[in-house]
Design a protein around this ligand. Structure first.
Ligand code: 0RA
Length: 391
């Protein structure tokens, strides 16, 4: 096949891909209502988060410009611009105009983006009235523009630059998002704050420039999910000062757990996979619960904190508990009604192993807190048994 023919055939594939997205946007972004509209932002932000998690970026700016134009910039390496052998187009153009092109260029990259939909920037491009990319890389500033996913000009060199990074600016297509084209600052702000908690050390700045008194918020949590737990417990009476924290990596799965008890009776255990909250739980939550129950029972018995025949069931160990379980998995499997339940079975034992080590160590080193935690669980256990007896 000669170069020209190759170019033509891949060009046709690109157009077919874009048409599929435009025909059934809901299949790619869930809906064309407010959720789908906000989903466009997350698709773009996720790519910058991946670049940061790979260790190349530490700042991401999200701006809502006038007319609901979204601008997302990062200080990463910049999307590659070299010619891609298959399409004979610059890598950036291939990524932004081809369905599922992401990841194909960089096999050893550890991708965290791609949760429920995780369809990539080309889908956002296809569903945008216009879409522009600006890349700073190797001392050169590059620029390209697309309309409804169709390339408008060759990748341009716009001169010299000192910095590196990527800026994407897009306007959601009003013909697609006909009922809703207004971004809700609160929705964007809350999710950005959550991303900042879940990805320690990255600075996120979100700015709303739609009105004269526009607002801006900066989030950066070096303590990550430890600070998330402190934040969730901030109006509660905590039972021990320091947040219990465990982290580790095994079988390519990164696990972080943060937990702290308060004197209330509700449980707040939030499991995440690749920065997405799993409302239906899954194997990470199962591994967490069974290990917490096992370790607290063992500790209580070994340290003579139980009256004879006493033991804790799972629910006893979670009264007043605030916990975040965050796993980063290169290829997670989901199940359940809304595909929000983590099914990957290996995660259960990886979480169990990492929590066992971390929690055992914490209890050993903090006997005062350990005693308070066991007593809290025993209180729950005794109340449970008393209620049962009364019935
Ligand atoms: C190096 C290689 C690849 C992508 C990037 C850097 C990169 C992409 C984005 C998107 C937003 N900001 C970015 N910064 C860097 C190619 C890997 C692939 O094909 O996904």
């Amino acid at each position: 096949m000669d170069q020209h023919q190759n170019y033509d055939s891949s060009n046709i594939q690109i157009l077919e891909g874009l048409e599929a997205v435009k025909k059934r946007p809901g299949m790619y972004i869930g809906s064309t209502g407010p959720r789908g509209l906000h989903h466009l932002v997350w698709e773009i932000v996720d790519n910058s988060v991946d670049e940061a998690l790979a260790g190349y970026a530490d700042r991401i700016d999200i701006v809502i410009q006038e007319d609901n134009i979204i601008e997302v910039s990062d200080n990463g390496r910049g999307i590659p611009v070299d010619n891609h052998p298959k399409t004979n187009l610059p890598a950036v153009e291939t990524i932004l105009t081809t369905l599922h092109a992401g990841g194909k260029f960089d096999n050893n990259s550890y991708k965290v983006s791609g949760g429920l939909h995780g369809v990539g920037a080309s889908v956002v491009n296809a569903l945008s009235e216009w879409f522009e990319v600006e890349i700073h890389r190797d001392g050169i500033e590059y620029y390209q523009r697309y309309e409804r996913g169709v390339t408008q000009c060759e990748l341009q060199e716009r001169g010299a630059t000192e910095k590196t990074g990527t800026r994407i600016t897009f306007k959601a297509d009003p013909l697609v998002f006909s009922e809703c084209n207004e971004y809700d600052f609160e929705i964007l702000r809350l999710r950005i704050q959550q991303m900042a908690f879940l990805n320690k050390g990255i600075t996120f700045v979100i700015t709303d420039k739609r009105s004269v008194d526009g607002q801006s918020q900066t989030y950066r949590y070096d303590g990550g999910i430890r600070e998330y737990v402190e934040y969730l417990n901030k109006n509660k009476d905590i039972l021990h000062e320091d947040v219990i924290y465990a982290e580790g990596e095994s079988e390519d799965i990164i696990v972080e757990i943060a937990m702290q008890y308060n004197n209330a009776f509700t449980q707040n255990v939030f499991p995440f996979t690749n920065n997405i909250h799993n409302l239906e739980g899954g194997t990470h939550e199962e591994g967490f619960k069974m290990t917490l129950t096992r370790i607290l029972n063992t500790y209580g018995k070994n340290n003579n904190l139980f009256k004879k025949d006493e033991s804790l069931v799972g629910d006893d160990t979670r009264e007043g508990l605030t916990a975040i379980i965050s796993v980063k998995h290169p290829d997670p499997q989901f199940e359940g009604q809304t595909k929000s339940k983590l099914g990957s079975t290996e995660v259960r034992r990886v979480v169990a192993q990492i929590l066992s080590e971390g929690l055992e160590r914490y209890l050993m080193e903090n006997p005062q807190s350990a005693k308070i935690i066991i007593e809290k669980a025993l209180l729950a256990s005794r109340a449970r048994l008393a209620a049962k007896k009364a019935r």
